[in-house]
Write a protein that binds this ligand. Structure first.
Ligand SMILES: [Zn+2]
Length: 60
């Protein structure tokens, strides 16, 4: 690594909006539309017991 070189290109790669593995996801109840933020799948809705789905992407 040269000390004089800017690292902007590297920083831009890290802030890619499509890569968000460290962030919490929002899950939405498929029945009553309750929103839950969690870093892992919350399972069933705490209100009605229906399945929760990831609002951002269909990722298991
Ligand atoms: Zn629900």
């Amino acid at each position: 690594m040269s000390p004089g070189l800017p690292s902007n290109s590297y920083r831009m790669r890290q802030s890619d909006p499509d890569y968000d593995a460290e962030a919490e996801y929002e899950y939405e109840c498929t029945d009553c539309a309750t929103i839950v933020s969690a870093d892992s799948h919350p399972g069933d809705c705490s209100d009605c017991g229906a399945a929760m789905r990831n609002r951002r992407m269909p990722f298991e």
